[in-house]
Write a protein that binds this ligand. Sequence first.
Ligand code: AMP
Length: 587
Amino acid sequence: MNAFEALGLNEQLVQAITEMGFETPTPIQEKAIPVLLSGTTDFVGLAQTGTGKTAAFGLPLLHLIDVSQKHPQALIVCPTRELCLQICNDLMNFKKHVRGLNVEPVYGGASIVMQIRELRKGVQIVVATPGRLIDLIERKAIDLQKVKYVVLDEADEMLNMGFRDDIDFVLKNTILRESIWLFSATMPTAVKAISRNFMTNPIEVTMGKKNTANVNIDHQYFITPAHSRYDTLKRLVDFNPGMYGVIFTRTKADAQEVAERLVKEGYDIEALHGDLTQQQRDKVMGRFRAKSIQLLIATDVAARGIDVDGITHVINYELPDDIEVYTHRSGRTARAGKSGICITICHSREAYKIRSIEKMVNAQFHRLDIPSGKDVCRKQFFHFMDKLMSADISNGEYETYLPDLQEKFADVSKDEVLKRVAALEFNHFLKYYQNSDDLNTKTDSRERRDTGRDRDAGSFERKERSTFTRTVDNGFSRLFINLGTKDGFYKASFLQFILDESNLNKEVLGKIDIREMNAWVEVDKAAAGKMIKSMDGKKYNGRLVRMNEADGGFKRPTDEGRSDRSSRNEGGDRSEGRKRIPMRDKR
Ligand code: AMP
C-alpha cells in the first residue's frame, strides 16, 4: 500500500501526488494528515515553509470536502498574495483527479469584482489574505456560515503584520466551524492566544524546536558606529563576491536610499518597496529569481512572501524592532537543506538585542571583525583568480587568435600579463580601499556591559516596550486618532482607510495600536505631517476626526484613552458608525 494511502487519503489524491513525485510523506505530513482527516480536531503545527506543510493541510482538506455542496466549506487564511497563489497552485495540482471541487484565491491588489464573480460560481475552498477577506465579508460577498474548516497558515506572520483583530473577527464569524488548523513557524504569545481563545484541546505537532532558527544558518554580527553602517554594508558585500542576498531595512526610505547609493556605485541591486505596482514588483522578483540582479533590498513588509531558492546571505542592515521578525528574515536563506549566512550590522548600543535573539532562536551568534580594505582586496583577488581559472576555453575559436596574441605579447613577461589582467579587474577596488578606515567599533567597557550575557531577554522586552510607548527616535512619529473598533475598524480596514485618505503608502506605517475608542499609529516622520493634514478635521460618519502627534507630552495609552473618552462626544455620535456583521463566538 502506498504510504499516503496508509495515512487515509483517497485514491484520486494519492494518484495526483504520486504523479507529482511524492513517494513518502514528510514528517509533518505523517503526523498531521491522520489527525486532520478526522475533521473535528483542532491542530497546531509548528513548521516552516519547505517542510511540506501545504500538503499536510491541503490533502486532508481536499479529502474532507463534500463536492456535492457548492458553498465554502474550508477557508485558508494566509499573510500574502504570493503565499495565497502558491497554496492555490498546490491545491490545484493535488485535486487534479477530483471532479467538481473548486478552489478560489482572494487577495488584495486585484479586482474585487472579479473575485466576487468567481466566488458566486460555487467555490468550496477559499484561500484568502486577511484584508481582502474582511472586505468580502463586509460586502456580504462571501458566506462563512457553513465553513467547517479554518486553516491559518503562517499565523505568526499574519500577527506580525497586524492582522490580529481580523483573524479574531474571522474566527468569531465561522460559527459552524468544526476545527481550526493553525500553522506557524514560531510560537509567540499572540499565536498562543489564538490557540487559547479559539481552540479546544488542540493537537500540537512541532517540527524541530519551537522558535528555533534553521540549524544550517550561520549567524554573524558586526559592530560598527551608526554613521558607518552603509560603509560596513558595502565592505561586507565586497568581501563576499559570490553573494546572492537579501538586505533588510526598517524603513522604506532607508531601503531606497541605500539602493540608490549602491546603484550609483555600480552594485547590482534593486529595492522592493510598497510604491511599486504589483506588476513592477513581479518584474523585480523575476529578475532576482533569474539571478540577473545580485542583491535585493527590502523592508519586512515589502519582502513578505519572498520565497527564492539559493539565497546565500541575508543582511540585517538594521535589526527589526520586533525580534520575532529576525526568524523570518533569516529563514530566507538556508532553504531546502542548504546552508546560509545571516549577517547583522549593529552599533554597540544594539548589541544587547543580539543576546535576546540568540536566546530566542537558540543559536549562537558569532561576532566577527569588519574586514579591512586589504582583506577585501585579497578576497576579491582570489575570487577573480578562481573565475579566471574556471573560464571555459574549450571553444576552438581561441586557437585561431592564439598566433596574434602570441605576437602581441611576445615581449611581455607572464608576470606582466597577469598584473595587467588583475589591474583591469582591481584598480577600482585598490583605489577605493587604498586608505580605507577601520570600521570596527573600538570595544569599550560600556559596550562590554551592553553585550554581557547578564542581560536577559526580559530586559530587552522592557526596552522594546518603552521604545514604542515613549518618544525614542525610531524614525516614526506616533499619531493619535479618535477612531477605533467602535467605529467598525479592524486593523486592515483601518489601515486602508487612513492610507486611502492620506494617499500615502503602507510602507510609511509602523506599529498600530487600535482600541475601542481610539487608535495610535506610527507614521514615518517624513510622512506624519501629511497624514495629520489629510485626517485631522475630516468627517467620518458625521463625527469630527481628530488626529495629532501623540508623542509631544507623552501620555500612556490608558490615560489617552480616558482623556479622549471624556471628550469624544464633541465629534458626533458613534452609533452611526458603519454596520458590522454580528459576532457570534462558536465556543
Ligand atoms: P511546502 O513546505 O508546503 O512549501 O513544500 C515544500 C516543497 O516540497 C513543495 O515544492 C512541495 O511540492 C514539496 N513536497 C511536499 N511534500 C512532499 C513529499 N511528501 N514528497 C516530495 N515533495 C514534497
